[in-house]
Design a protein around this ligand. Structure first.
Ligand code: FAD
Length: 632
């Protein structure tokens, strides 16, 4: 069977996603409460204390020195290759074991220190950030940490901590956002499984010696395996090239009758997607770390350039149109960093559930950092569009504006595209409603189930709805201890209740059809992201007011900007072109407007949009790259 022959209905795809969801809430969640109209500031205030880790601080110092002296970001960009010595130097520092516990030879860093390391190294070259993040946020270390057996940890983690690279292989030509179509098969055989399939776009896939592979075990479901990269039957067929991240070692990898021992199943048969999703709970924090990196670089470039460049008698930064962009970059960078740090620290102290918060910061940071980089290009004018090498050749100072934009773009697509993050977060935002009232709107629920749900829902809504009418945010002196930021927290409290009310109206209006109202749900989630970021900046700025009073200015600025965006999103919940757009898209797909495509030169091609693959042995040469291990 080829992957493209797999026929999966919309309903089956949803069922697979639903089955992979963690359905229990064992710990409090700021995000879940926020969407229910309950602003639980107490869950994030006071700002969590950083765990003192002198060893981690020392590691960051060494990494900083290494990044400055040994990583030539421009060379990596030019050669589209991270040199072997950089792999080896990072290995010597322990960077491949940042998230691996000390007992297995790793550094056992907290999420906070890990993300700081990614922010730092990613500023030298984003491909290195992606290498380290794919290796330990989604590659072998994290799933083994959460779900691995003691034997698996003992066997694999020391190798990874010492510098062997790992990769995560889920995507296939026909499987992107929809894992229900997974075509790679792991057939049970004596002592293990035989793997057949083709995996697409595996970051680190060309260099990795240990892989997490998602494959379907017949009758059991999608399962995660640790696979030796050098096992017989594995061919790295291609190294892919992208818009940005030119140093990325990203593969097409073929599995032909690859034997995987039974002992290499992670977490049990059929648990693969749950493992992938749970891994991403904290794994999702690494992409925002790269976005923070880009924000910081953008701010520095914008500051220096806008003061230096004079046009029409003023530094360009003093023209209002440019000033607004600089203010946006500064405020957004402060917000991305504050929200990420908060997520990391609440993940580290393990008191709260952070699955919604981590998803919100991934969504927020990837979208906002893209806008930041776009504004930076505009501020730099023509030079923003010019490559570094070209700038240097003309005798001008390089500023990696266009590279930042290219490197950042993928963050809105991988580890859950923005559209999928909207759906995933919206699912959690409406979870309380679905668990009490889900059967009322489920067409497959019988009358008995519907009646029971109606009684349950009656009780829940009778208690919950009145709580949305009034709250602390209406009291003019509420949150007074936050001084100049109190008004913003009052806004968040009011907006949170409005968010809860809006979701309830939408549930009553559209019922089961709400899940298809992606425009509405996306806005609900985006408002939640703005409110979360506002809360984070206020709490941080307040906590740091003694030693960094200027943080309050940035928090205030961000909150003013975020409120405008949130208000616009609230308005658009009920006043939009969503239905019109869906109808128009249908007409576009039907070919009604093809006249509009006339008058340009098209690029005819006989190739399919998605290439079919056939199982079997590779017919092309293996292009894997072997990185010599670092000497201790
Ligand atoms: C540089 C790079 C590195 C990557 N690294 C890895 C890796 O290490 N391991 C790995 O397994 N994969 C990796 N991927 C794959 C990546 O995770 C996928 O590209 C991503 O999941 C999106 O899938 P897709 O590209 O097939 O898009 P598609 O699923 O084809 O989606 C196309 C568009 O439709 C939207 N869409 C899809 N379904 C829905 C829906 N239900 N509702 C609304 N909108 C929808 C998407 O958001 C997108 O805009 C990488 C990709 C790239 C480009």
């Amino acid at each position: 069977m080829t992957a493209t022959q797999r026929n999966v209905s919309e309903k089956q795809a949803r069922q697979v996603a639903e089955a992979a969801r963690e359905s229990e809430w064992r710990k409090p969640s700021f995000g879940k409460e926020l969407f229910l109209g309950r602003f639980r500031l107490d869950l994030i205030d006071p700002w969590p204390a950083e765990q003192p880790r002198p060893d981690a601080d020392e590691f960051l110092r060494k990494l900083d020195a290494f990044a400055r002296s040994e990583i030539d970001g421009q060379r990596i960009e030019h050669d589209a290759r991270i040199p072997d010595e950089v792999f080896q130097g990072l290995a010597r520092l322990g960077a491949f074991g940042m998230k691996i516990d000390k007992e297995y030879g790793g550094l056992g860093l907290t999420n906070l220190h890990y993300c700081r390391a990614l922010t730092l190294v990613g500023s030298a070259n984003a491909s290195i950030g992606a290498l380290l993040s794919a290796h330990q946020s989604i590659g072998v270390p994290q799933p083994l940490k959460l779900f691995g057996s003691p034997e698996q940890k003992k066997k694999f983690l020391p190798r990874l901590a010492a510098g062997e690279v790992s990769a995560f292989l889920l995507t296939e030509p026909d499987v992107g956002s929809d894992p229900a179509r997974l075509g790679t098969v792991a057939e049970p055989v004596e002592g293990g499984f035989r793997l057949n399939g083709v995996k697409l776009w595996a970051t680190n896939g060309t260099v990795a010696t240990l892989l997490v592979v998602m494959a379907r075990v017949p009758g059991k479901g999608i399962t995660a395996f640790v696979v030796e990269g050098d096992a017989d039957g594995i061919t790295v067929e291609r190294r892919n090239e992208f818009l940005g991240l030119r140093g990325l070692e990203n593969s097409v990898t073929r599995f032909h009758d690859v034997f995987v021992p039974e002992a290499n199943v992670i977490g049990g048969l059929g648990k693969g997607l749950k493992i992938a999703l749970t891994t991403l709970n904290t794994g999702r924090l690494s992409l925002p770390a790269m976005c923070v990196s880009a924000g910081k670089r953008s701010l520095a470039i914008a500051r220096e350039w806008s003061a230096d460049r004079v046009q029409w008698g003023r530094a360009v930064g003093m023209h209002e149109a440019v000033a607004k962009k600089i203010a946006f970059i500064a405020a957004t960078t402060y917000a991305m960093e504050s929200t990420l740090d908060l997520c990391c620290m609440i993940a580290d102290d393990d008191r709260n559930d952070i699955r919604i918060e981590a998803a919100l910061i991934k969504l927020f940071a990837s979208e906002m950092a893209w806008q930041v980089a776009d504004e930076l290009i505009q501020i730099r004018g023509g030079r923003g569009y010019e490559k570094n090498e070209s700038l240097i050749a003309r005798g001008e100072r390089p500023a990696e504006a266009e590279q930042l934009l290219r490197d950042l773009r993928i963050n809105r697509i991988f580890e859950g595209s923005t559209e999928i993050m909207h759906l995933l977060i919206a699912r959690e935002a409406v979870d309380a409603h679905l668990s009490v009232a889900g059967d009322i709107i489920d067409p497959e629920a019988g009358l008995n189930r519907k009646a029971r749900a109606a009684a349950r829902a009656g009780g829940f809504y009778a208690k919950w709805l009145p709580t949305l009418a009034v709250g602390k945010g209406q009291a003019p002196t509420a949150y007074g201890e936050f001084g100049p930021l109190a008004a913003h927290l009052r806004y968040v409290e009011r907006a949170s209740r409005k968010l809860g009310r809006s979701t309830f109206y939408a549930m009553s209006r559209w019922q089961g059809k709400l899940e298809r109202k992606q425009g509405f749900l996306g806005r609900i989630v985006d408002i939640g992201a703005e409110l979360f970021a506002m809360s984070a900046v206020c709490v941080r700025a307040h906590a740091e007011r003694a030693h960094r009073p200027e943080g309050r200015e940035l928090a205030d600025l961000f909150c003013h900007q975020a409120r405008l965006r949130a208000d616009a999103l609230f308005d658009a919940l009920w006043d939009n072109t969503d239905s019109l757009d869906v109808r128009a898209a249908q007409r576009v797909l039907d070919g009604r407007y093809t006249f509009l495509e006339d008058g340009v030169v098209d690029q005819p091609s006989d190739l399919a949009w998605v290439a079919a693959w056939e199982p079997g042995a590779a017919t092309v040469e293996d292009v894997r790259r072997r990185i010599p291990q670092a000497e201790a």
